[in-house]
Design a protein around this ligand. Structure first.
Ligand code: ASP
Length: 438
């Protein structure tokens, strides 16, 4: 039955390719015969025309890597050493990547990934992840998963234990439980309080937050104070409310920043071993306070992650919606296939984002994007749309090729991204990146 289903699919595909009644040219006949021979289990030689598919290509002059490399987003730094030791001892490239990304997934204080990720607008944590295993040319992905923290491993399980590539929502959660992943509450107390602070303050037109009967209630400031003073008032109120909610004093300003400018955050990791095998993996809780069901680029094979064993691997963190529209990771790998260096390939993908806005800086300033790029010969690059989120805060990435280090990503545009939503005269102390403040 299954064989019949596949055979039928092949026929439909061939027929629709030809656009109408199925007629075969001599060339098509050769192709079809080869497929038929393969399907029948015969070890037919594949004609040259098929063997050199348009997907193959050349990564560089010499494809052999000099040494294993782990390339990942900066929040993977603390986990790269152990993953590198595992890789050096002969561990699989995807398993090494999982070892890196599970670090932030398990860390309740990293509120951009896994446990403790900032929730959607209803206060529910929803996670996305995808992976590609170069040596076996397989992929797995999950989107909008609730209650399971290691979604990177669930994506790998989809790849290994199903005939599918992508599972989402409740089905993905049920699959994970069937595979033995424990269900747990992913909303830490800190993330819940930040969400509550956001819920109470992002709108002054609903009934969240203390009402007029509360002794501390004050009418909204309607006078014409200077902007800077209004800002100070607002931040002071938010900080007070954060304190009332029990957020630790040293984290209150960071919480206010997350409420005013809902953050994104993710981890991607690409890995290469001495044999030239490659894998890539990406995992995230996505955009804070997103609409329930929103999936960004991280679970999309070809956007948040793409690995081609012949060429290289790439992944992304940043504005997911923008990255999906340029199929960023796939575009980068294709660019390298056609001869670009990792840096050129990444900058070209960023230029496509700029092109989508016709270069309108008044819009582009409110988005940012970082790509992590590893070629099969070991050449690598990190590139970003803007230099960073503020002066002295450049976009960094982590590399381990025997020496663990951080490097600055190469920006396409000079200057710094602005927070979304736009607000005038953001005070200096709020501009500081307190993202990893613990
Ligand atoms: N790309 C992720 C998303 O859009 C977020 C991020 O990387 O910051 O979900």
């Amino acid at each position: 039955m299954i064989c019949f289903r596949f055979a039928f699919k092949f026929m439909v595909a061939w027929g629709s390719d030809l656009g109408g009644p199925v007629t075969f040219s001599r060339r098509d006949f050769v192709k079809t015969s080869v497929l038929g021979a393969v399907a029948a289990g015969a070890h037919a030689a594949i004609p040259e025309a098929l063997a050199e598919s348009s997907q193959q290509g050349h990564a560089s002059q010499s494809d052999s890597p000099k040494r294993p490399i782990i390339l990942c987003a900066q929040n993977g730094y603390a986990y790269a050493e152990a993953a590198y030791a595992f890789l050096k001892s002969g561990g699989d490239t995807l398993d090494a990547g999982v070892r890196v990304v599970m670090g932030p997934e398990n860390d309740p204080n990293d509120d951009s990934v896994g446990l403790g990720g900032l929730p959607n607008e209803e206060g529910v944590v929803e996670l996305d992840a995808c992976c590609m295993h170069g040596p076996t040319r397989r992929a797995g992905s999950v989107g909008g998963v609730r209650n399971i923290k290691n979604v990177s491993m669930v994506a790998k399980a989809v790849m290994e234990h199903t005939g599918h590539v992508m599972l989402v929502g409740e089905g993905a959660e049920r699959f994970a439980v069937a595979m033995g992943f424990p269900r747990e509450n992913l909303l830490t107390e800190r993330s819940r309080k930040i969400w509550l602070l956001w819920k109470e303050t992002h709108s002054d037109r609903d009934w969240w937050g203390p009402g007029m009967a509360d002794p501390h209630w004050r009418p909204p400031v309607l006078d014409s104070k200077p902007q800077a003073d209004l800002w100070q008032d607002r931040i002071r109120q938010l900080q007070q409310r954060a304190a009332d909610l029990g957020i630790e004093p040293e984290f209150q300003l960071a919480a206010v920043r997350r409420v005013l400018f809902p953050p994104t955050g993710t981890i991607h990791c690409s890995v290469l071993n001495e044999k030239g095998e490659m894998s890539g993996i990406t995992t995230t809780s996505g955009l804070a306070f997103k609409l329930p069901g929103r999936c960004g680029d991280s679970p999309i094979i070809g956007a948040g992650c793409y690995t081609d064993q012949d060429i290289g691997s790439a992944g992304a963190t940043g504005a997911g919606e923008e990255n999906i529209k340029v199929a960023g990771a796939h575009t980068i790998v294709e660019n390298m296939r056609h001869g670009m260096s990792p840096q050129e390939a990444g900058l070209d993908a960023l230029k496509r984002i700029v092109r989508n806005y016709n270069g309108d800086m008044s819009k582009l300033h409110f988005m940012d994007m970082t790509y992590y790029i590893l070629r099969k010969d070991g050449a690598y690059a990190g590139v970003c749309l803007w230099e960073g989120s503020s002066a002295g805060n450049p976009h960094k990435f982590t590399v381990h090729d025997g020496t663990l280090r951080s490097e600055n990503a190469t920006p396409l545009l000079k200057g710094y991204s602005l927070e979304w939503p736009p607000m005038p005269n953001v005070p200096e102390d709020l501009k500081k990146d307190s993202y990893y403040l613990k």
